[in-house]
Write a protein that binds this ligand. Structure first.
Ligand SMILES: C[S@@+](CC[C@H](N)C(=O)[O-])C[C@H]1O[C@@H](n2cnc3c(N)ncnc32)[C@H](O)[C@@H]1O
Length: 256
């Protein structure tokens, strides 16, 4: 997807995005693991509706600062109004006008899936001060299971969809990507995050308006209806415990 395409997709998703309650658990966990200290200067890259940015602002306090950057005006419209956070519409992989070494911490919750990883990490390395921390979250390869069911069925409609979690989907891949961008890899925490039943029920929206948006948009309305029916049936047969508790990674690196 192009940057314009990503922005348009998230402009559409903005209205319902916060109804998927797992997003907030996922974003807040990344912030908690980052160990932010009072007074820190934080960039929340791909801030969306500002979940991680708000949690970060609570931790860094009034002496600190938080800037949330996103390409989607629709997502930012939902984010604005948070205390002590400045929201800016911009490409987080090309922070034109942001001086080298401007931040102590760069966080990116659930955003790298939509970006070219190397340029993003290199840009965050540039805007971090020496000793600064980068932290991002991503799904472990093969998770969430509902997305795997979606991709398997998509083949019946002529769509061959790669797992978007694959490029960063193991601790080793995260550490390698961090190291390639010049960071000293630090912790990679592997955990599960809890989906609610409602999150699973709404996952179709994320599958069709996420990384595979362009491919799915090429299907006819009838194909989409049939696909959706078969997806719901297939999902009912998946192990509930694993479906509701996808494995995720929180990866951290330091600028030397
Ligand atoms: C799945 S949402 C995550 C939002 C938020 N960080 C959270 O944890 O809920 C992905 C976000 O990445 C944004 N995004 C994708 N590519 C971007 C880029 N190059 N620069 C800035 N934002 C981007 C999208 O607009 C969207 O808001």
């Amino acid at each position: 997807m192009t940057d314009g395409g990503v922005a348009a997709v998230f402009d559409k998703r903005a209205e319902n995005y916060d109804k998927h309650t797992w997003h907030v658990r996922y974003a807040e966990r990344l912030v908690a693991l980052a160990g932010l200290v009072e007074g820190a200067r934080v960039l929340d890259a791909a801030t969306g509706t500002g979940m991680a940015a708000r949690a970060a602002a609570d931790r860094v306090g009034p002496r600190g600062s938080v800037v949330g950057v996103d390409v989607s005006a629709g997502m930012l419209a939902k984010a604005r109004g948070a205390a002590n956070v400045e929201f800016v519409q911009a490409d987080a992989t090309a922070l034109t006008g942001v001086a080298d070494g401007s931040f102590d911490v760069v966080l990116c919750s659930a955003g790298l899936l939509y970006m070219a990883v190397a340029p993003a990490l290199e840009e965050w390395h540039r805007v971090l001060a020496p000793g600064g921390l980068v932290g991002f979250s991503t799904m472990r390869e093969g998770f969430p299971l509902a997305a795997g069911v979606f991709r398997a069925l998509a083949r019946d409609y002529g769509l061959v969809l790669a797992d978007p979690a694959a490029p960063l989907g193991t601790p080793e891949k995260c550490a390698q990507a961090l190291s390639d961008a010049g960071f000293e890899p630090a912790d990679v925490v592997v955990e599960t995050v809890a989906f609610s039943e409602d999150d699973v029920a709404h996952a179709w929206e994320a599958h069709t308006n996420g990384p595979h948006h362009d491919e799915v948009a090429a299907l006819t309305a009838e194909q989409v209806r049939d696909f959706h029916d078969r997806y719901r049936t297939a999902l009912a047969g998946v192990d509930r415990e694993r479906l509701l508790n996808p494995e995720v990674l929180y990866a951290f690196g330091r600028k030397r």
